[in-house]
Design a protein around this ligand. Structure first.
Ligand SMILES: [Zn+2]
Ligand SMILES: [Zn+2]
Length: 449
């Protein structure tokens, strides 16, 4: 009788559904792990040690619970590399639930370098926690990204330290006793009602470019599930070449200028020697008025149309934390460079030192003021050359003196002895100095042994 009845595969752990898949507030893998542990009434330590790690490494049994252990597990849970892939596979096997890679940024790692993109500690919106308090509490993947500084719903800054005065801990992404919404050190609730004094204090006007960035990253996260592996993500060098045609008059150098980025970096991306980081791509997209999702999944040849449609948008946004341009006031920047050049200094500053002084990056100065930069470099180079010459002359005098003294003392002025007297062991590696020594010996009538 039982013949022909197919028994669906049984999962070892509860087939927990992730929250918010396909939306910008899709759950993170670490949050999923914490909720899965809670569903079973286990600690995260137990779930990780006895179920996940045995699946990924084949090792079974209690594991070290130190800080470095959990930092490593946190990197696995919210990372992007092979370790994260193994975690996803392990969790999919254990729960028989597909699509868990969308709780990470794994889909985007073929085009983006995500090394610096993820936070090393938890960050959260207390108002979101408070809103979810009597429902499902989870932590979105969006909060795990370092470039996301505020909550798109409540427009308030994300918090990254436990607010309890006696705790104030930075909380690891995964922890032995992690529970979503709670501090894993002092176990206090991390939500704060929207109208509380603390909440009002930290909610401020969010700059438009930061809002744009959070939305752009949210769009990438939401689209993760619809991206079919490598099919619809375009190769970045190919996208760059099209961008160069549309925005850079056909050259990568001009494109780099348009997006205010180092030309060497843009060239390295085009040659596939470097993958661009998420932050750089966001910065570039911000300048080109296109979201990273649009750019990376665009139909070949469609970018020119996009440029036409978005021609008239405001262009006064800046990428937060972008030191490249420093002050945007180009007039005063060139004046400051001229003033630095006019200064009579004993040690003229190098280009990096000047860039630091005016508060922007060297490559930006080189791009905008090539002539002034050349003068700064030439001056620093001349100074270095003169200093080297003076030093050589001084050493020559010392060598002559030491050779003569040794001779007068009746000792043979060998290279080793002269170097010993002057306490400079590698002195005669310089051919000019060796020649001075030989010349002095000749004058003293010493025949080389
Ligand atoms: Zn919020
Ligand atoms: Zn705490």
């Amino acid at each position: 009788m039982a013949e022909g009845i197919e028994v669906p595969p049984r999962s070892r752990l509860f087939r927990l559904a992730p929250i918010g898949l396909g939306t910008p507030l899709s759950e993170s893998l670490a949050s999923y792990v914490a909720r899965l542990a809670e569903t079973h009434g286990w600690s995260v330590q137990r779930l990780v040690s006895y179920h996940i790690v045995p699946q990924t490494t084949g090792r079974y049994g209690p594991l070290g619970g130190g800080r470095s252990f959990w930092e490593k597990q946190g990197r696995m849970a919210n990372g992007f590399g092979i370790g994260t892939k193994r975690w996803v596979e392990a969790l999919q096997t254990l729960t028989c639930r597909e699509g868990l890679q969308d709780l990470t940024l794994l889909r985007w790692q073929s085009v983006l370098s995500l090394r610096e993109a993820m936070r090393k500690h938890r960050a959260w919106c207390p108002s979101c926690f408070e809103d979810w308090r009597h429902d499902l509490v989870y932590e979105p993947l969006l909060w795990c990204l370092a470039c996301v500084t505020h909550c798109p719903i409540h427009r308030r800054e994300l918090i990254s330290l436990c607010p309890r005065v006696s705790c104030q801990a930075a909380l690891p992404i995964l922890d032995a006793q992690l529970r979503t919404g709670f501090c894993s050190r002092c176990f206090s609730w991390l939500g704060v009602p929207r109208r509380s004094r603390v909440s009002r204090h930290s909610s401020q006007r969010v700059p438009p470019c930061e809002r744009w960035m959070v939305n752009a990253v949210g769009e990438l996260i939401a689209a993760s599930g619809q991206i079919d592996g490598h099919n619809s993500i375009r190769a970045f060098p190919e996208v760059l070449r099209e961008c160069a045609v549309v925005w850079g008059h056909g050259t990568l150098k001009q494109l780099a200028r348009t997006v205010s980025m180092p030309p060497s970096l843009v060239t390295a991306w085009a040659r596939s020697t470097h993958r661009p980081s998420l932050l750089w791509v966001l910065g570039m997209c911000l300048q080109l008025r296109i979201t990273p999702l649009r750019l990376l999944t665009s139909v070949p040849g469609s970018l020119a149309g996009h440029k036409r449609r978005h021609r008239h948008k405001a262009t006064d946004w800046r990428v937060p934390g972008d030191r490249a341009r420093g002050t945007r006031d180009l007039e005063s920047l060139s004046l400051r460079l001229k003033r630095i050049l006019a200064r009579r200094e004993k040690v003229p500053p190098t280009l990096p030192a000047v860039a630091k002084e005016v508060g922007c990056e060297s490559w930006y100065l080189l791009q905008e003021y090539p002539r002034l930069c050349q003068r700064i470099r030439d001056r620093a180079k001349r100074y270095r050359q003169n200093r080297a010459k003076t030093r050589l002359a001084q050493l020559g005098v010392s060598i002559r003196g030491a050779t003569q003294t040794l001779f007068l003392e009746g000792r043979y002025p060998s290279a080793r002895r002269v170097q010993q007297v002057l306490q400079k062991p590698a002195l005669f590696k310089h051919p000019l100095l060796a020649e001075v020594w030989r010349e002095t010996k000749r004058k003293l009538g010493i025949i080389d042994k």
